[in-house]
Ligand binder design. Structure first.
Ligand SMILES: NC(=O)c1ccc[n+]([C@@H]2O[C@H](COP(=O)([O-])OP(=O)(O)OC[C@H]3O[C@@H](n4cnc5c(N)ncnc54)[C@H](OP(=O)(O)O)[C@@H]3O)[C@@H](O)[C@H]2O)c1
Length: 293
């Protein structure tokens, strides 16, 4: 069985992490009409995640709804932070207080975004900061800024998000990259398979988002595939657990960060680490994956 942990630089994380994007609101993230999530429930989910052994939490300052902020919830629920907790945040995008998206940050604006995360999380340094790229062909100027903040000690490790292989080349010429966070899952972006392999060869973690939600961005909004349902039934597991187990089986450097505001789903997601799919099941799922979008 694949190892249960991976190293992000000098930090060891369990391969099943948690994504905080769904915490500030119910329903679709960034929907201006989404109902803010019950505060006590969000706090409970975060604390339960840590109790269950999750020590890799993905967040961003731009994960907020009208009255809830993912970073504030993480701070309130988990500080003083356990020594082994790794919080990964991302910079590049930002939103106005009303929630509208702003253009990608300039390299000079990244310091302010890092500092905003420090304030909200109540920390003196950030464990991992991903540069989330959108519409940028060359990340060098942005990554150089983050490398400078790393040198200053504000950031411990750097990663990339929403990138293509040439972005990783550009960034690695400037500073070490510990992770790549891209949209990927069973039947979702099989075009990422080669890049996932490249990351593995270079010792860079590949951290898919939408491993459950896929192209729909909302799990449960479309009928589950018969093959996934059948394999889940054979293991007395849920389709979501099969999706996570398949994703983890893509390589020891693949980490998952499923997002949920539901304590029962959280437990299932952590338990997916115990689910071992047979080679024959993996072959069936691989075929399904390659027919995806
Ligand atoms: N770098 C980027 O650009 C980027 C973009 C998007 C997201 N992210 C990160 O990636 C994380 C994961 O993305 P995501 O949360 O959008 O998608 P996801 O983890 O693929 O799926 C989340 C959806 O699946 C449901 N779900 C979770 N566990 C379930 C289970 N055991 N059974 C059934 N349904 C389940 C959730 O609903 P319930 O709440 O009802 O469980 C939610 O609708 C985010 O939280 C965020 O930290 C990064």
């Amino acid at each position: 069985m694949d190892p249960v942990t991976w190293r992000l630089g000098d930090l060891t994380v369990n391969r099943i992490g948690f994504g905080a994007m769904r915490l500030p609101q119910q329903g679709t993230a960034f929907d201006p009409h989404a109902r803010p999530r019950d505060r006590a429930q969000a706090i409970e989910v975060l604390r339960t995640a840590v109790e269950l052994g999750v020590n890799h939490v993905d967040t961003a300052a731009f994960y907020f709804s009208a009255t809830r902020s993912a970073n504030e919830l993480i701070n309130s629920a988990l500080s003083p932070y356990p020594a082994d907790l790794v919080i990964t945040t991302k910079v590049g995008p930002s939103r106005t207080p009303q929630g509208e998206w702003l253009p990608l940050a300039t390299p000079e604006q990244l310091r302010g975004q890092v500092e905003e995360n420090l304030r909200q999380l109540g920390r003196d340094h950030l464990d991992v900061v991903n540069l989330r790229v959108s519409g940028l062909d060359d990340v060098s100027a942005h990554f150089e800024q983050l490398a400078g903040l790393r040198q200053e000690g504000l950031v411990r490790h750097l990663g990339l998000s929403n990138v293509r292989p040439h972005h990783l080349d550009q960034a690695q010429r400037i500073a070490p990259v510990v992770c790549v966070q891209n949209s990927y899952g069973l039947g979702h972006h099989p075009d990422q398979d080669d890049f996932l392999g490249v990351c593995g060869e270079r010792g860079v973690a590949f951290v898919p988002f939408f491993a459950l939600a896929g192209a729909n961005k909302e799990a449960g909004t479309s009928a589950e595939d018969d093959e996934v349902t059948a394999i889940a039934a054979a293991h007395d597991a849920t389709p979501a657990q099969v999706r996570l187990a398949w994703t983890l089986a893509r390589g020891p450097h693949v980490l998952v960060i499923p997002g949920t505001g539901d304590p029962a789903h959280l437990r299932q997601n952590v338990e997916a680490g115990q689910l071992v799919l047979t080679p024959e099941e993996l072959t069936r799922l691989d075929a399904l994956h390659l027919n995806g979008n």
